[in-house]
Design a protein around this ligand. Structure first.
Ligand SMILES: *[C@@H]1O[C@H](CO)[C@@H](O)[C@H](O)[C@H]1NC(C)=O
Ligand SMILES: *[C@@H]1O[C@H](CO)[C@@H](O)[C@H](O)[C@H]1NC(C)=O
Ligand SMILES: *[C@@H]1O[C@H](CO)[C@@H](O)[C@H](O)[C@H]1NC(C)=O
Length: 406
């Protein structure tokens, strides 16, 4: 019941922000991210306000960069240049080994490839096996406070990344796994469209971004048509993530909204959101494993109709490509997070987490309201008339539906 109220509050708040001029609310918690690249050199090109907006879709683009980590270069990556023409690519001059599987990691809004939770995924992969781990860095096109511009730019990032995937495929690699976090989890949707008729074997979406995607069409957001297997990890639904099931299999961690241990964190919302890549990173080498039990839908869970039951399935890197449906997973509040199957020690955690969930939901409702009314939230207003000065009518009209639900 408390959940239903929470949803109502949130839906009401979202709907209330709907009328033009469009207002993009950016939580302060999303702003301080580790500095990575020198962004000052990349300010040329079309901008809207201080926001860089790509309209020409020319790849390769100096704002979309690819870096390769291997066991030979585990810490300092090799820059990889790719283009439409295979001869322009210098992939074969790098440590790339076509007999090893490929992982492609894509960061989100107001972030870059050095986000520690994403670096952790790379480190865990190289610890287990000899992989080709690529990091896509599109940070100049996804800077704060330009959420609207970033929403627009992800299509371009997807198209440029398709050149990387094409060059990788030409070298005979079949095992290609794309992992996207937050807004970066929707980039593989555009990547997949650009690669058609080829279909990627696997896409993992780590807490796919919510704002702007609630009613977005399938072509613009990650869904199960984008790869042979699409698995999703939800940790901060409603706030920074999307609640709806998007993949073949969707895992809702600890209820999918609030993660245990995050209440103690100063950056509460970022903590919940960043848990998705942290859980995924741990899943690569964990002994216990993250196991999920089935639930007909997230809504059924909210109604309290989903007690743990078999068959349980494995979440994360080792997820089976035959798995499907909505699954619920519980974790510890600190790393290592995995608790294994719910039989054994996990039962006590589950019992406590259910009690905790009820307490927290009471607390949460107030916090949500405080969060939405907080002065520290930046209000960035985009004016439609202003927009049309920068874009022609058609582009402005295409851009609008993406954001009107925020
Ligand atoms: C590939 O080319 C880019 C751009 O010219 C260069 O920065 C990078 O070092 C090259 N990488 C390798 C592995 O040669
Ligand atoms: C699932 O994975 C197996 C082995 O990794 C592979 O042979 C099979 O084609 C995959 N199925 C799909 C639907 O991707
Ligand atoms: C939008 O911008 C135009 C031109 O700069 C201005 O005339 C108009 O008043 C603005 N509209 C709103 C709602 O701020």
């Amino acid at each position: 019941m408390e959940y239903s109220l929470l949803i109502l509050i949130l839906v009401w708040r979202f709907v209330n922000c709907q009328s033009p001029p469009i207002s993009v609310r950016i939580p302060q918690s999303m702003i301080p991210v580790p500095p990575g690249l020198d962004r000052s050199l990349r300010n040329e090109g079309l901008t809207f306000g201080n926001c860089k907006v790509v309209i020409n879709d020319i790849c390769p683009d100096p704002d979309v960069n690819f870096f390769l980590y291997t066991r030979i270069h585990p810490q300092v990556p090799q820059a990889i240049r790719v283009g439409g023409d295979p001869h322009v690519s210098n992939l074969t001059k790098s440590a790339f080994n076509p007999s090893n599987p490929v992982k492609i990691i894509i960061h989100g809004y107001n972030s870059d490839m050095y986000l520690s939770a994403l670096v952790e995924i790379k480190d865990q992969y190289l610890k287990t096996n000899d992989y080709n781990v690529f990091a896509v860095d599109w940070s100049p096109l996804g800077e704060s406070p330009c959420y609207l511009a970033a929403l627009w730019n992800i299509k371009h990032v997807g198209i440029c990344t398709s050149q990387l995937v094409s060059r990788i495929k030409e070298l005979g690699v079949e095992d290609i796994h794309v992992i996207g976090f937050s807004l970066g989890a929707h980039i593989p949707a555009h990547l997949a469209n650009a690669l058609l008729p080829y279909k990627l074997p696997r896409i993992t979406g780590l807490d796919p971004a919510g704002p702007g995607f609630i009613t977005a069409s399938k072509a613009n957001k990650l869904d199960k048509s984008d790869a042979n297997f699409v698995d999703i990890i939800h940790t901060n639904s409603f706030i920074q993530g999307l609640v709806e099931a998007l993949g073949h299999v969707d895992f809702y961690l600890n209820g999918g909204i609030i993660q245990p241990g995050c209440w103690a964190e100063r950056r509460f919302f970022a903590c919940n959101h960043h848990r998705a890549p942290l859980y995924f990173a741990e899943s690569i080498n964990t002994q216990l494993g993250f196991w999920g039990w089935p639930c007909p839908s997230y809504f059924e869970y909210i109604l309290g109709n989903c007690p743990p039951k078999d068959p349980q399935i494995i979440m994360g890197d080792h997820a089976k490509n035959s798995s499907s449906g909505v699954h619920l997973v519980i974790t510890e509040s600190v790393s290592p997070f995995a608790v294994g199957k719910y039989t054994g020690p996990a039962i006590e955690i589950l019992r406590q987490s259910e009690m905790h969930r009820k307490t927290i939901l009471r607390k949460y409702r107030t916090t949500i309201e405080e969060y939405l009314d907080d002065d520290s939230i930046e209000d960035v207003t985009y004016n439609r008339t202003e927009l049309k000065k920068y874009f022609n009518e058609r582009l402005a009209d295409e851009l609008m539906p993406l954001v009107t639900v925020i």
